[in-house]
Design a protein around this ligand. Sequence first.
Ligand code: GRG
Length: 283
Amino acid sequence: MKVSLSRRIEQNVQLINESMRSYLDATGRSYQRLIEAMQYSAFEGGKRVRPFLTLEFCRMLGGEDEASVPYAAAIEMIHTYSLIHDDLPCMDNDDLRRGKPTNHKRFGEATALLAGDALLTRAFGVAASAAATTAEQNMAAVRLLSEQAGFDGMAGGQMLDLMGEEKMPEENTFLLMNRLKTGCLIKTACMLGCLAAGFGAGTEEYAAAERYGEKLGFAFQIEDDLLDEGTEDEKTTFLSYLSKEEARRKILVLTDEAKKAIASYDNDGVLTTFADYLSDRTI
Ligand code: GRG
């Protein structure tokens, strides 16, 4: 059956926005500015790629949305925190994100720092207290998020990125940086969907999700570099190591490998179509 992907994306974005609104809904605080800063970045135009993966992996494996939605919201909150902090003057010092002023441009540096912190910590609370999954599933989700967002995950990748600003990294270091910085959250999104469907570490499903996510995350970052080409002259990107043609070929190979990782599942249609869609994205 041909899946209408754009409709599916729209529905998932709506579902995820509703749930994030409920988790980030707080009014009447004397420190309301913090909550406004969190909401500002949480609801301004993200593609919601990571929560899409969580919802769809859970569905592919026969799980219920009720189980995956809190994990999907949690990973998007961590992603949002990472973007706020990445834009800060002490990191990339960016003025615009998604075509709008960055969080610190709009709310000031200190509030932006806190908004990121509060989104990160809220994510753990949301995953830990998810109601439709067991305490054991929630613990596994929290542990996974902590590992993959932390020093051996996204934060470690960001450190390598900062170190690479001083001198162009060796290719292996550059690959590791991308695997940690971008790949870890993307593969975690897939693995969270498995956990929500009841398939934890040691299962074939969990390994397939990890493999699909790794390949997709790798392709996603190369695509990001192709889309950003020319906007960040001094930065090392995949195009510092590959020609555009080689980069495009690599994306196709990785996308194929991602699709193969889930080809044995009956309901792999949406995730297969999504992998192709990402490999050809324009934003
Ligand atoms: C500050 C700990 C810390 C980490 C920051 C994610 C990250 C690490 C930095 C953001 C800069 C960047 C380009 C990272 C590569 C990952 C990536 C392509 C992020 C953008 O993800 P999208 O395209 O963003 O899914 P949207 O806006 O759609 O949510």
